[in-house]
Design a protein around this ligand. Structure first.
Ligand code: C5P
Ligand code: MG
Length: 292
């Protein structure tokens, strides 16, 4: 048993797998020594900060919150469901390469956003549909968000979901603290508050690297924070820290929620800590308590 496991008992949880526990230990100790002033956290949102399932039932992504809501006509709901049934299996298909999936993912996001824009969604209804949804942050979320705020550690939420929706989820949970910055797809509303488009460059599951590189200003501001804790659930999330300047240590934690057997090896190869069907933030919380 290595010493970090003694220091962080959560790393012995059944859900935890590591390719190289020794390296994890060394990284954690460097980060702990450097302290909270040198740390930044970069996290995906859907299925990373939010739960994948609850009582055996799938929890919604930002998109699903809208797709399933009363703001969408029955006809449009059926089309959005068809898109989900077509493209989600491609997203998680380990037999296809990123190059093969990428244009299909762009197609999914583009078609879904076009359908949403046709629905005349009103900005002032978003809070209600989030409230009525089954979206749930992972267990331990309050400790996670509050600890980062208390330690003045910046949290970047980097999401291919919908910024307006994810902000509402964390606002309603009472954890949208001032240390949080969001990169995501934001809705563009007309003067009467009706959705007319999405703003800026589309962020989808496989272009987070490009998204990071477009936001050099943010990473420039945080240039003294050369240690990164990265949380994700997709292999696309691995590039979220590509804009970080003067990077010294990075620890990548990956939630493996679905198609576990097929994907476990690729997650082990790329994430330092893999959490298999773990609906909690226990491991990130224990790590944060240890290093800050
Ligand atoms: O990587 P991130 O968690 O930010 O990606 C957003 C998630 O939203 C994807 O995992 C995808 O399954 C989901 N999605 C969706 N409906 C869409 C587009 C994406 O549920 N129209
Ligand atoms: Mg995700």
């Amino acid at each position: 048993m290595t010493s970090h496991i003694k220091m962080i008992p959560e790393l012995s949880k059944e859900s935890v797998s590591m390719r190289d526990p020794q390296r994890v230990e060394e990284t954690l100790n460097s980060m702990r020594q450097a302290g909270p002033n040198t740390l930044q956290v970069i996290s995906d949102f859907d299925m990373t900060l939010t739960r994948f399932a609850h009582n055996g039932k799938r929890c919604p992504t930002c998109h699903n919150i809208l797709d399933n809501s009363k703001l969408i006509s029955e006809e449009c709901k059926a089309k959005l469901k068809d898109l989900l049934n077509t493209y989600y299996p491609i997203e998680i298909d380990s037999s296809r390469s990123v190059d093969e999936k990428l244009p299909l993912m762009v197609e999914w996001w583009t078609k879904a956003h076009d359908l949403l824009v046709q629905q005349q969604i009103r900005k002032d209804r978003l809070a209600i549909v989030v409230e009525e949804s089954d979206a749930m942050l992972r267990d331990g979320y309050r400790q996670f968000f509050d600890h980062l705020r208390d330690q003045d550690v910046p949290l970047l939420i980097f999401s291919a979901g919908i910024g307006d929706v994810l902000e509402e989820v964390i606002r309603q949970a009472g954890v949208f603290h001032p240390n949080i910055k969001v990169f995501s797809n934001y809705m563009d509303f007309d003067e009467s508050g009706v959705l007319r488009a999405f703003k800026g460059e589309l962020i989808h599951i496989y272009n987070k690297r490009e998204g990071a590189l477009l936001n050099t200003g943010h990473f420039q501001e945080l240039r003294a924070r050369h240690n990164v804790l990265l949380l994700g659930d997709s292999l696309g999330d691995l590039t979220m820290a590509d804009g970080v300047q003067n990077l010294e240590n990075i620890l990548k934690i990956g939630y493996l929620n679905d198609k576990v057997e097929e994907r476990k090896q690729s997650y082990l190869n790329t994430y330092d800590i893999v959490l298999v069907k773990d609906e909690t933030l226990d491991v990130p919380n224990a790590i944060l308590s240890y290093i800050t």
